[in-house]
Design a protein around this ligand. Sequence first.
Ligand code: ASP
Length: 464
Amino acid sequence: MKKDYINGLSDRIGQQVRVAGWVQARRDMGKIIFIDLRDSTGLLQVVFPPTDRGLLEQANRLRPEYVISVVGRLNERPEKMRNPKLPMGHVELAAESLEILNESETPPFEVDQDTRSVNEELRLKYRYLDLRSDRMARNIRLRDRTVFFIRQWLRERSFVEVETPILTKGTPEGAREYLVPSRLHAGKFYVLPQSPQQFKQLLMVAGLERYFQIPRCFRDEDQRGDRQPEFTQLDLEISFVDQEEEVMGLIEELMVALVGSVTPEKRILQKPFPRLTYAEAMEKYGSDKPDLRQDQNDQDELAFLWVTDFPLFEHSETENKLVSVHHPFTSPKDEDLGLLDKEPAKVRAKAYDLVLNGYEVGGGSIRIHERGLQDRIFRILGLEEEEIAQRFGHMLEAFTYGAPPHGGIAPGIDRLVMILAGEPNIREVMAFPKTGDARDPMMGAPSPMPRSQLKEVHIRPEAE
Ligand code: ASP
């Protein structure tokens, strides 16, 4: 007999069904045993009646998280015995046979409770148990619905999803890069992408016009605040846009549709989303990601806004030179082009950030698509001719083969889902996140490597 999923049982009352899942709880009421059975779709009460001694004895062995399969008759519960809190609280299964498919050790924490207060290291070590808890399972499903909605919405608007390399060369997004030693090319390294920025621009040169991807991005940063070494973005690029408005308008439409579909209980405070220039935001709120919610305790308020006109460059104290605020492919504003050589620090960028409830949930820009201008920007950033050629020669060359004007953005999926789920950090909406100091306590990563393997990739252990 095939397994019936618990959430599909409503119209099976009076019939024989087979359910399978995990024992969430067992209650012994004298001669009757009740089990709360959990599968991926819900909870169901199973009753082992006193009339069948053999069955009852079997049920007596059940402990939390045992994996079982039960065949029985699905009955409507008497009025007073219903549990209005559960979707299947109006029915119960009168067990006729039970099969124990696997036993379980007592879990290191209770998975039938919210695991929020459990030590996080322990939760991450036993993440497969943590994910059994209702809240975590709901977060993972909300993330799935979010990503699915975005994919569908963009494909309906002629966007093409393209995968770009993970083993690649560095692309500047302002963070340290993860390196992968090459075995075949001694002394050379791949770099894990901080974002697909260059590839998506090259896809515009390739004539794709509307690209998206939901890629993993890697940044080897000191773990300040709520960051992860790998995270997920909705990466998007469009050709023949030269105004910020076109990208912002599209993303705004997507966000409104997304919230309406996956979290319809939430309220977007202002539509269209308010727009502030960077200068206005700093003057009015002292922040480039102000929280415009009216009541910060109201889980259902969503305050989106756009911050635009960021400076193109900022002065880096540590490097004592100008660096890009967004990244070096960002276009200056047309009206500020004249300032580029004389007062570069005053040049504003065609760059925009999407802010939600005080978090930056995405940033993007209109790009440079002319070789000459791109070259000028690299020079203002203090790059020497040789370095430009070595790091970005392919971009400059591509721009000489008919690069269309283009622009894009990359909203962060983790942060967006975190806010929609009402969670305080992104780890709560990632299936297998790392600790604050970039470890995976479950897999034991990072880990030492055997000498022989290191040798193959031409690495000599320090101690040698
Ligand atoms: N690549 C940028 C980032 O990762 C986003 C963009 O400009 O589209 O922040």
